[in-house]
Ligand binder design. Structure first.
Ligand code: 6PG
Length: 486
C-alpha cells in the first residue's frame, strides 16, 4: 500500500497492462494498479517486487484504486476494445473528480474514442485514446505511443510518456498526435501497414522456399543478412529468428509445423474499410487482408489442391531446377523493399486523407519518427520516410520523393523479375504484384480509364471530360455505333 498518493493509475492487467505498469514504475513514477480479477493484481505486485522493488501498488477495489492517485488523476486503461472500455469507464468514473483523465491504451475504433471523449468532457473529465505498439516486450521496455484527444490531458502526463516510450536518436517514440480519435486512427493504420509488411515478408519467404528451394537454415542466413541493410526492421529480425527454432515435439523446424492460417483481431480490416471510405488506394494492405481471409479457408484449399492436382496442376507449376540462388535472393530483397515503399505510401496517404477530412493537422514526418522505435513496424527505413516529409511536407506520394523514386527505379527490374517468376511458378505474391501494379498505375500519365469512362457514358449517360476541351460531354455512343460503318 502506498503511504503517499501515486502519480498515475493503470486498470487492466493483461499482458500489455502489466508490462506497461512495470515500465512506468521502473521509470520512477509511483503507480497504482487495478484489475477486475484480483489474481492479476497480486501477480503484477509480485512481479514489481521481483523486478527491482518497483513503486507499484495493487488495489482490489476501484474506489481505493482511484483515491490512491494524486489529483488531477490520470488512469490508463488497457482492456479489450469495445464494451469492456465502456464498463471500465463506468466503474472508475464514479470516483473521479472534475479535471481527472482517463486514457484508453487499447486498439479502439477511433469513433468510439470520439464518442467517449465527448461524454467525458460533458462530465468535466479529460480523455485520450492512445495507440500503444510493441507487444509485450515493447510495453515493458519502451513502446511507441500515439496519444490523441485532449491536449490538456496529454500535457498532464507528457513527462511520464516521454520516459516510458522507446528512445531513438531523434527522441522518444511518442508525440501528441492530434484531436479526437486521431491517436487510435494512426495506430489502426500502423497495424494495416504491419499486415502489409508481414504479408510481403511471407511472400519473399514463399518465393525463396518454393522456387529457390532454400532450407530454413539458409532462410535464417538470408533474413539475418537482410536485417543488416536497408530492410533492417523488427519484423525481418524476428523472421530470421523464427527460421532457427527447432520443433520441440517432432523432427525439423517449428515454422514448418505451424498451421498456415493467419488470425486477426480486426485493425487491418478497419484500415482497408477506411481506405475505401476515403477513396484511397491501399492495394498492398488490402492484399494482405485478403491473404488472411484465404488462408483461413484451409479445408477448402486442401480440397481445391486435390481437384487441381487430379487435373494435372501441382503445387509449383515450373520446376526451377536451375535457379541462380544468389541472384534470386538479391532480386527478392529488392522486390521486398520496393513493395514496402508502396505499402507505406498507401498508409501515409490514408492518414493524410483522414486528417484533412477531420481537420486533425497530422504531421506525417512526425508519425514516421515515432514509429522508428518500440513498435512492430519499427525499421531503419522510417528515418528515410521522415526525411522525405521533412523535405516536402506536402509530398503527394512517397513514390515521388526524389530519393524513393530513385530507389524504386533502381529496383524495378528485379521487382518485375520476381513477380514474373512467381506468376510462372504459380506462387501467389499478391502483395508484391499489387504493389508493382500500384507503382505502374501511379507513374503513368495516361491510363485506360478513358475507356471505362466512355463505357459509363455509353450505358449510363454519366458524361465525360475531354483531354483537349474543358467541360462535360455526353455522346450518343449507341446511335453513332449503329450508323458507323467500321
Ligand atoms: C502492436 C500490434 C498489436 C497486435 C495486433 C495484431 O502494434 O503492438 O499491432 O496491436 O499485435 O493486434 O493484430 P492482428 O491480431 O489483427 O494480427
Amino acid at each position: 500500500m502506498a503511504t503517499t498518493l501515486t502519480r498515475i493509475g493503470l486498470a487492466g492487467l493483461a499482458v500489455m497492462g502489466q508490462n506497461l505498469a512495470l515500465n512506468i514504475a521502473e521509470k520512477g513514477f509511483p503507480i497504482s494498479v487495478y484489475n477486475r480479477s484480483s489474481s492479476k493484481v497480486d501477480e503484477t505486485v509480485e512481479r514489481a517486487k521481483k523486478e527491482g522493488d518497483l513503486p507499484l501498488y495493487g488495489f482490489h477495489d476501484p474506489e481505493s484504486f482511484v483515491l490512491s492517485i494524486q489529483k488531477p488523476r490520470v488512469i490508463i486503461m488497457l482492456v479489450k476494445a469495445g464494451a469492456p472500455v465502456d464498463d471500465t469507464i463506468k466503474t472508475l468514473s464514479v470516483y473521479l473528480e472534475k479535471g481527472d483523465c482517463i486514457i484508453d491504451g487499447g486498439n479502439e475504433w477511433y469513433e468510439n474514442t470520439e464518442r467517449r471523449e465527448k461524454a467525458m468532457t460533458e462530465l468535466g473529465f479529460l480523455y485520450l485514446g492512445m495507440g500503444v505498439s510493441g507487444g509485450e516486450e515493447g510495453a515493458r521496455n519502451g513502446p511507441s505511443m500515439m496519444p490523441g484527444g485532449s491536449f490538456e490531458a496529454y500535457k498532464n502526463i507528457e513527462d511520464i510518456l516521454v520516459k516510458v516510450a522507446a528512445q531513438v536518436d531523434s527522441g522518444p517514440c511518442v508525440t501528441y498526435i492530434g484531436k479526437g480519435g486521431s491517436g487510435n486512427f494512426v495506430k489502426m493504420v500502423h497495424n494495416g501497414i504491419e499486415y502489409g509488411d508481414m504479408q510481403l515478408i511471407a511472400e519473399a519467404y514463399d518465393v525463396l522456399k518454393s522456387v529457390g528451394k532454400l532450407s530454413n537454415e539458409e532462410l535464417h542466413q538470408v533474413f539475418s543478412e537482410w536485417n543488416k541493410g536497408e530492410l533492417l526492421s523488427f519484423l525481418v529480425e524476428i523472421t530470421a529468428d523464427i527460421f532457427k527454432i527447432k520443433d520441440d515435439k517432432a523432427d525439423g523446424h517449428l515454422v514448418d509445423k505451424v498451421l498456415d492460417k493467419t488470425g486477426m483481431k480486426g485493425t487491418g480490416k478497419w484500415t482497408v474499410q477506411q481506405a475505401a471510405e476515403l477513396s484511397i488506394a491501399a492495394p498492398t494492405i488490402a492484399a494482405s487482408l485478403d491473404s488472411r481471409f484465404l488462408s483461413g479457408l484451409k479445408e477448402e484449399r486442401v480440397l481445391a489442391a486435390k481437384v487441381f492436382q487430379s487435373s494435372g496442376i501441382g503445387e509449383i507449376l515450373t520446376d526451377q531446377a536451375v535457379v541462380d540462388k544468389q541472384k534470386l535472393i538479391d532480386d527478392v530483397r529488392q522486390a521486398l523493399y520496393a513493395s514496402k515503399i508502396c505499402s507505406y505510401a498507401q498508409g501515409m496517404n490514408l492518414i493524410r486523407a483522414k486528417s484533412e477530412e477531420k481537420d486533425w493537422g497530422l504531421k506525417l514526418g512526425e508519425l514516421a519518427r515515432i514509429w522508428k522505435g518500440g513498435c512492430i513496424i519499427r525499421a531503419i527505413f522510417l528515418d528515410r520516410i521522415k526525411q522525405a516529409y521533412d523535405r516536402n511536407a506536402d509530398l503527394a506520394n512517397l513514390l515521388v520523393d526524389p530519393e524513393f523514386a530513385g530507389e524504386v527505379v533502381d529496383r524495378q527490374a528485379a521487382w518485375r523479375r520476381v513477380v514474373c517468376l512467381a506468376i510462372n511458378a504459380g506462387i501467389s505474391t499478391p502483395g508484391m504484384s499489387t504493389s508493382l501494379a500500384y507503382f505502374d498505375t501511379y507513374r503513368r500519365e495516361r491510363l485506360p480509364a478513358n475507356l471505362v469512362q466512355a463505357q459509363r457514358d455509353y450505358f449510363g449517360a454519366h458524361t465525360y471530360e475531354r483531354t483537349d476541351i474543358p467541360g462535360s460531354f455526353h455522346t450518343e455512343w449507341f446511335k453513332l455505333a449503329k450508323q458507323s460503318k467500321i
